[in-house]
Design a protein around this ligand. Structure first.
Ligand code: SF4
Ligand code: SF4
Length: 372
């Protein structure tokens, strides 16, 4: 994370002004909603002149999705999202938990998930599937970790089931934690709750060690990012798109189902920009015979679905612009479907989409598998 003092390095060139998907959500405040505006606000905070309007301040710092798109534009490589995160941590240290995030954070403390759901029902998504559950004494060294969204959200559960079924079909030996799975802590950290991340991390590491987990496969790029970048090295960690690409290369997932349908792939921020995984999901799509079209803004320049950075749990201040832009570009290209590999992106794109189909990569692989 970048020190707040790095804000003084900004030369106010303005190259980042148009980078932010959230800038249009702040019309009354003009430039303040842009990345450069955020840097100026950090400078104001350091000078002690910001903070006279605590309500504005609280809301202001929670509008950023930590998508890191602005970093691509800055000639000085300033990590503006790191400064935003630093500001969130300062607010929390001062006891100023944002009202909008309080409920989710309390639930994480109490239930290990942000939605006040009982931990016992965490494995419900897998009902009826012949999966091994680590706690039943038949755990495998490979763990499929589906995260809170895959565990509890109905749309997320569909993605989790599709992925589990594809892994089963390709003969991968794996288990799930079921009721023992806990939040990875990534989004708590994004909201500035470093202590909560540390608490969840300690508990998760104890569980992984108890079941001798050697490899973790994640459904969500956010969990992948947490295990890769916010945990000490504890096991091999892979996002499922990388696992599927490997299985296809090894001939363990022989799929050639598509008749050349046109699809676009949207790069999730936490998989692409944060972890440089761009090629494997595309390899999977091409291997299945899809005609892959590239969005004008893709890879490092991909737009953001605006659900990361803890925003999944916060009320949206308006219609998110990022998903609209992604869908517009896909429609202009004449795509039959938008494919992505993040539960948050799927949910945000689907909420903004009219007739265009939105699919998680695992769901598309499952569909082709069923039709083979
Ligand atoms: S990280 Fe993303 S949301 Fe935050 S200021 Fe930069 S471009 Fe905007
Ligand atoms: S691009 Fe970098 S240096 Fe230029 S205004 Fe934005 S943050 Fe400052």
């Amino acid at each position: 994370m970048m020190a707040l003092e790095d804000a003084w390095r900004c030369v106010h060139c303005g190259l980042c002004l148009t980078a932010c998907p959230m800038r249009e959500a702040w019309p009354p405040y003009g430039e303040v909603g842009t990345p450069r505006g955020k840097v100026s606000m950090v400078q104001g905070y350091l000078m002690g002149v910001f903070g006279r309007d605590p309500n504005l301040e609280e809301e202001f710092w929670y509008r950023c999705s930590l998508c890191e798109r602005c970093h691509q534009f800055c000639p000085l490589h300033l990590r503006i999202s790191g400064m935003v995160l630093g500001m969130r941590q300062r607010l929390l240290e001062d006891g100023r938990v944002p009202q909008v995030a309080r409920r989710a954070l309390m639930s994480l403390h109490r239930y290990g998930n942000p939605w006040h759901q009982p931990p016992e029902s965490r494995g419900e998504w897998a009902r009826g599937l012949p999966l091994k559950v680590s706690g039943d004494g038949n755990g495998a060294e490979v763990l499929l970790y589906v995260g809170c969204f895959g565990s509890y959200d109905p749309r997320g559960q569909k993605m989790a089931r599709a992925l589990a079924e594809v892994l089963l079909a390709s003969g991968v030996e794996f288990s799930i934690l079921g009721p023992e799975e806990l939040c990875c802590g990534r989004e708590a950290y994004s909201l500035g709750e470093k202590g909560l991340l540390e608490w969840l991390r300690e508990r998760n590491l104890e569980i992984f060690s108890r079941y001798r987990v050697r490899k973790v496969v994640t459904l969500s790029p956010h969990c992948y990012d947490a295990f890769r970048n916010l945990y000490p090295p504890f096991a091999e960690v892979e996002h499922y798109s990388v696992v599927l690409a490997k299985l296809m290369r090894e001939g363990r997932l022989p799929l050639k189902g598509s008749q050349g349908e046109k699809v676009v792939y949207h790069d999730p921020c936490h998989l692409g920009r944060r972890n440089a995984i761009y090629d494997e999901p595309r390899q999977v799509l091409r291997a299945m015979g899809f005609k892959l079209l590239e969005l004008p803004h893709s890879r490092q320049m991909a737009f953001c679905c605006e659900s990361g950075g803890g925003k999944m749990w916060l009320p949206s201040p308006g219609v998110p612009m990022g998903p609209k832009k992604i869908l517009q570009e896909a429609e202009t290209l004449g795509a039959d479907a938008v494919v992505t590999s993040c539960p948050f992106c799927v949910a945000a794109l689907e909420a903004a989409s009219g007739s265009l189909e939105i699919l998680d990569l695992a769901e598309l692989v499952k569909r082709v598998w069923d039709q083979r």
